[in-house]
Each structure stands twice: as C-alpha cells, then as structure tokens.
Design a protein around this ligand. Structure first.
Ligand SMILES: Cc1cc2nc3c(=O)[nH]c(=O)nc-3n(C[C@H](O)[C@H](O)[C@H](O)COP(=O)(O)OP(=O)(O)OC[C@H]3O[C@@H](n4cnc5c(N)ncnc54)[C@H](O)[C@@H]3O)c2cc1C
Length: 370
C-alpha cells in the first residue's frame, strides 16, 4: 500500500476544518493548527444551496438541518421596505440543497465535532522551508514537523499567501460593514434586504428567535469610516422603521465592524504549498459564496490529493479546477457591487423587472457540481 501524503493545514476556519476533515476521510495524514485559542462570537451566515450540498458531503448535513433555519425566499426591498422582488430560492436551488441561515459559531462547532483530527489551538507556523523532498515547519510552541504538503487556510490576510506570492495582497473592495446577531423581535422569517443609496441592510434568521443583521456602506475611504465617528443607527436613520428598531438596541451598538476586502491573485501555490478559502479568493459577500467556495475547495483538494501522480500535477489540477469557478463568483460579485453606484430609482426599476432573471444567471453555473 502506498504511504499516505502528510499534510499540514494552517488555519481552522471553515476552509481549514473542511479540508482537514475531507483529507482525513480520504486517508491522508493530517495535522491542523489554529493561531487563536478562542474564536470571537461570530455573526451569521446565509448558506445558498451549493454551500449546503458541499457541507452535506463533508458530513455536516444533519447538523445544518438541526441548527440552521431553512430560507425559502430572498426578499429585496427599497430603503422604505417596499418590495422590489421576491426570489423563490427553493426553486433556484431545487435538487442542489435547501438554503439555510445559521450562526458562524454553530457551523464552526459542527465542523470541529465532525473532525477526527485534533485542532492544535494557539499554535502557528514560525518558519517554513520548502525543498524537493518536503516542507520543514517550525511551530510557535517549539515543536517541528515535516510534511509533503502545506495548506494555507489562514484567511484573507494569509501569511501562507505571502510565501506563495509576496505581492498578492488583499485589497479593499469599496465597502465597510457591521455585523451582529440579535433577538428577532420583528419576526422576519426569510432573507430580507433593504437597499438604499450606497447602503444595504440585510437580515437573515439564524436560530430560534435569533436574527443576523448585516449593514454596509460604500465608501472610498475604509479607514475613515469607523463606527466611532458616527454611530451605525445614525447612518441608517432614513431607512424603514424596522431597520431603525433593529439598530436601536445594544447588540447593534456592539456590532463587529470591518472593511470588506478581496483577493484576486491566481498564483495559489508553490510546489508543495497550496491556498484555499479566503486566503486564495476572498470576495465581497454579496453572493454569500464564501463558505460554499471554501467547502468546495476542501472537497476538490482532498479528491485531487488522494489520486496517484506527481504532487505538483495534483496541486495544479486542483488550482485549475477551482480557478474557473471562483473567478466566475468574483466576476458576478463585482458586477453586483457595481450596481451600488446606480441611482436608486434606476436600480429599483431594474430589480422590479429583472431580479429573478439576474439570480438565475448569477447562480446557474453554481448548481453544477464543483
Ligand atoms: C462581512 C462578511 C459577511 C460574510 N457573509 C457570508 C455569508 O453570508 N455566507 C457565506 O457563505 N460567506 C460569507 N462570508 C465569507 C465567509 O465567512 C468566508 O469566506 C468563509 O468563512 C471561509 O473562510 P476561511 O476559512 O477561508 O477563512 P477564515 O474564516 O478567516 O479562517 C481563517 C482561520 O485561520 C486562522 N489563522 C489566520 N492566520 C493564521 C496563522 N498564521 N496560523 C494559524 N492560524 C491562522 C484564523 O484565526 C482563522 O481561524 C462573509 C464574509 C464577510 C467578510
């Protein structure tokens, strides 16, 4: 029997946990390290059908049905809450997966519970030397190891990406956002968005009586848009009263603020280091494809590495397969983001007329297996 490849996964977010689980199930020998000892109480996630399909293949399907809230409709409204379109996403994702809303913590906990490999928390890579025969790694806890492959699943500010291509920086995507989870006082039962001028407020039910709220603003200067300068509620004070009510509570005051960044460099690998998830291809979240792309990366990488063949060819096979799909997502995402600069009256008319067709077009390709 051939000796299984030894793999180090750096980062235990969705991408790293999914990849470690998938590779372990394919019989590879996996270690996984995570810099943090604790993850901050995260926000919520909307998972479209292809995310649910990939996570189900990774063994998380029943946990998604138990812990997630099924989402049937994506309701698009203007800033006063007047409906512009309702997208029937049961139909859009029929035969692929039932979309759900879920908290980030629940999803991550499910992936950790499913993993047979222990996550070494509070540990990162201090030094790494790649040679013809392997990658020698020194860890921050003083231990060391030699691996056939190192997987960079260390997020949008990836240190592994700097090793692969020092020039491949994440770049600001033109928006800043706030995220929080709060009590669902407004009884919102589906994905519901309010669109203003360069401003979006989105709600997604993510648990019994729990509502994920996401607010963003387009601004050319991320650094000057900090919440301290002007509270979130003030910025949405001309929105529908349901938005204002949600922004009036203490959960909104403590919302997590961040600029939105994207990664576009396609290098992704050296001979033995490979990037996955946000480290490889972070995008602005308007298509909610982050988890889907990370989970699909994990499945494709595990399948590629379980084949026989020269390692570099296996990694290149993974890169080419994933590049086409993630480029599609980025192109559609950027196109959607560009409509933010349209006058609301024009944008609203387009959405009234064509939203179901736009959704069909943007997601059609993602219905196919990765
Ligand atoms: C505002 C916003 C909203 C979003 N909404 C959605 C949504 O609704 N639906 C959706 O599908 N996606 C959404 N996403 C995207 C989604 O969260 C990510 O794409 C997805 O979680 C995959 O992330 P990842 O595992 O690649 O990276 P991360 O989640 O960033 O995980 C990286 C991990 O690596 C660790 N790490 C970093 N550096 C090191 C190091 N040097 N050594 C060891 N460990 C390290 C980090 O601590 C972290 O645990 C959103 C993203 C943003 C910014």
């Amino acid at each position: 029997m051939p000796i299984p490849l030894t793999v180090l996964v750096v980062g235990a977010g969705v991408a790293g946990l999914a990849a470690a689980g998938a590779m372990d199930r394919h019989g590879l020998s996996v270690d996984i390290v995570e810099r943090r000892t604790q993850h901050p109480a995260g926000a919520g996630l909307f998972l479209p059908g292809n995310a649910v399909r990939a996570l189900t293949e990774l063994g998380a399907g029943s946990a998604l049905s138990t812990n997630g809230i099924p989402i049937h409709i994506q309701r698009i409204q203007d800033d006063q809450g007047r409906t512009l379109a309702e997208i029937d996403i049961d139909r859009l994702w029929q035969g692929v997966g039932q979309p759900v809303g879920i908290t980030y913590d629940r999803l991550r906990a499910t992936l950790v519970e499913n993993l047979r490999v222990p996550v070494r928390t509070g540990v990162t890579v201090r030094a790494l030397t790649e040679s013809e025969s392997g990658v020698d790694v020194e860890f921050s806890d003083g231990s060391s190891g030699r691996y056939d492959v190192v997987v960079g699943a260390d997020g949008v500010h990836s240190e592994l990406r700097r090793v692969v291509n020092p020039r491949a920086e994440a770049r600001y995507a033109g928006q800043v956002c706030w995220r929080f989870v709060t009590c669902n006082r407004a009884n919102i039962d589906d994905w519901t968005v309010w669109l203003g001028r360069g401003a979006t407020f989105l709600t997604v039910p993510v648990g019994k009586d729990r509502l994920y709220c996401y607010a963003d603003l387009s601004t050319s200067a991320a650094a000057t848009a900090t919440p301290a300068e002007s509270p979130l509620a003030e910025r949405f004070s001309n929105f529908d009263s349901r938005v204002r009510d949600l922004l009036a509570g203490p959960d909104a005051a403590a919302a997590h603020f961040s600029p939105i960044e994207e990664v576009t460099d396609p290098t992704w690998r050296t001979r033995r280091i490979i990037l996955i998830g946000d480290a490889a291809h972070a995008s602005s979240p308007n298509m909610a494809q982050g988890v889907a792309m990370a989970a699909e990366d994990a499945l494709v990488l595990a399948e590629s590495l379980s084949r026989t063949g020269e390692l570099e060819h296996l990694l290149e096979r993974y890169r080419l397969r994933r590049l086409a799909r993630t480029r599609w997502v980025r192109a559609r995402t950027q196109r959607r983001d560009s409509t933010r600069s349209m006058a609301p009256i024009v944008r609203n008319a387009v959405l009234r007329l064509a939203a179901p067709r736009i959704y069909e077009r943007d997601y059609a390709r993602l219905r196919a297996l990765p």
